[in-house]
Design a protein around this ligand. Structure first.
Ligand code: TNX
Length: 506
């Protein structure tokens, strides 16, 4: 990901449908009363929505004029029409058009969507058009309908932040590829664009590395107590990368080093210092008790380089996460400096957890904040951009409510209810790349539990990442998100029945 600056795109004035914070920018565009079509309920809220008089009805078939160069948008539109029961006919009365425009003001991800006597999506890029299609998806019913009535409107939309992330810890407990695909679908629905996979930790090594086959054989066979074991072949990961790319999503792989490596040490004991006797796989939840033997650079750095070479061959992401959390060692900063340099030599940018900012690294290394109170000013002063995961807003392994069974509360005793996540203000951090909601998996061992922790809270992360800073309103957000419940149901998501959404009622 390249960061031209704090904001990913050009911001346009917002029009609030249903009440906004007093500070929200407003336009003078009148909101017209709309007959027979409900006000649109879109999450994340577009930067500007102008309702216009009149409605458009879709029935049976549409004509399609899809920009031939925009394959992501075309694929998504074909799928959306098929799911909505709309056929494509050359003589259907309503046109749907997608068109790439030279107008660079919409940036890499912005789009416009107009509904009048047809539907027109314009964008500067294929991904921008894809987001226009995802907005259209939210405007159409989640289930097939014989007749669909839409309000005339004009939307202009660009994201506030370039990094809109979901982090999944597939290391403590493995997630099936089918879950990851559905997760990517849901991320795309909410315009999240970075899927950070925490692929390795003490309890498991999940990526096949051909130069070190025991990592997957031994490290892949272990998991946290009660969790799922397994590993992804490189072929599976390449497929997943392509699946994500077709949906505008970059998969950011993380190989967590120099600690959190018991699965690697159990697979290749020479990575541990001489005299270390605990060379078994691990299924507990303690952290910070093992380390690659940094006194053996001739063993450790060839391993690091060889693993990262295979990682970059599978993941085209410009950003490669090297971990770097929770370890106290005199050679730690040297390790971070060397490893971020290896990533640079391999032609990518490193991402590291906040502690890595103590090391001497290039400023293009991204720093991921995770402790609310970490003194991050030093990293900012050195020029690092920040991926924002302060745990009291973004750690989705903390409860949906205080005391939720199967959750951590070390970061926030009251848990992280939807409203709390929504309140996150990335604009408080200089040089923010954007927010990322992270789900650690010490206590998340199956798909249903993951759903419960991720949804609906990731939708709040998405709006915090997309929406113009300051222009957010929780009551309006819950109204819009509640209307999208049928989409979650259509995907079979076992979401947390959030009381603020009225989802506790049958
Ligand atoms: C801290 S955040 C960790 C993870 C744990 C998580 C549990 C970070 C960089 N390290 O190893 O899973 O807390 O909430």
């Amino acid at each position: 990901m390249r960061l031209a600056g704090k904001l990913a795109g050009v911001l346009v004035a917002g029009l609030c449908l249903g009440g906004c914070a007093a500070s929200a920018p407003r336009t003078s565009t009148p909101v017209a009363p709309v007959a027979a079509a409900a006000a649109p309920t879109i999450v994340p809220l577009p930067q500007r929505v102008a309702l216009e008089p009149g409605t458009l009805t879709l029935r049976g078939a549409v004509q399609l004029q899809a920009d031939p160069q925009a394959w992501r948008a075309r694929r998504a539109l074909d799928a959306l029409l098929a799911e909505s029961g709309l056929e494509v006919h050359a003589h259907a009365p309503v046109h749907i058009t997608t068109a790439l425009t030279p107008d660079a003001a919409l940036g890499a991800e912005g789009y416009t969507l107009s509904i009048d006597d047809g539907i027109t999506i314009r964008a500067h890029t294929d991904v921008g058009l894809f987001y226009g299609v995802e907005t259209l998806r939210q405007l159409l019913p989640a289930k097939r309908a014989t007749s669909i009535t839409l309000p005339h409107l004009h939307i202009t939309d660009v994201p506030a932040y370039a990094w809109r992330g979901s982090g999944l810890d597939v290391a403590r407990s493995y997630y099936p590829v089918s879950y990851l695909r559905r997760h990517i679908d849901l991320m795309a629905l909410f315009k999240l664009n970075h899927l950070h996979l925490h692929l390795t930790d003490d309890q498991g090594w999940r990526m096949e590395i051909k130069a070190y086959p025991r990592l997957a054989e031994i490290g892949g066979a272990s998991a946290v107590k009660g969790g799922r074991s397994g590993f992804y072949t490189q072929a599976e990961l390449k497929d997943l990368v392509a699946y994500a790319d077709a949906r505008g999503i970059t998969i950011v792989p993380e190989i967590d080093m120099p600690s959190h490596v018991q699965a690697a040490i159990a697979s290749y004991p020479e990575l541990a210092c001489d005299g270390v006797t605990n060379l078994s796989t691990y299924s507990g939840v303690k952290v910070g008790w093992n380390i690659l033997c940094l006194q053996k650079p001739d063993v450790v750095y060839p391993f690091v380089r060889n693993v990262l070479k295979e990682v970059i061959a599978v993941f085209p992401s410009p950003d490669i996460h090297i971990g770097g959390d929770e370890i106290d060692n005199p050679l730690y900063t040297d390790f971070i400096a060397r490893t971020t340099q290896i990533v640079h030599e391999l032609g990518r940018h490193a991402v590291m957890w906040e502690e890595g900012s103590r090391a001497d690294t290039r400023p293009d290394v991204l720093v991921q904040l995770w402790n609310d109170n970490y003194p991050i000013a030093g990293a900012v002063a050195k020029g690092h951009h920040l991926v924002l995961s302060p745990c009291s807003y973004m750690y989705l392994d903390q409860g949906n409510y205080a005391g939720q069974p199967g959750t951590y509360d070390w970061c926030r005793k009251q848990g992280l209810p939807l409203a709390r996540v929504y309140q996150f203000a990335p604009q408080d951090f200089p040089s923010a790349a954007g927010p990322e909601g992270v789900l650690w998996s010490e206590w998340v061992h199956d798909d249903a539990t993951a759903d419960n922790r991720l949804w609906p809270r990731l939708a709040a992360v998405a709006e915090a990442a997309w929406r113009t800073p300051g222009a957010r309103d929780y009551a309006d957000f819950t109204r819009r998100l509640n209307a999208l419940r049928p989409f979650f149901d259509a995907y079979g998501v076992k979401y947390y029945p959030e009381p603020d959404l009225g989802w506790n009622r049958p």
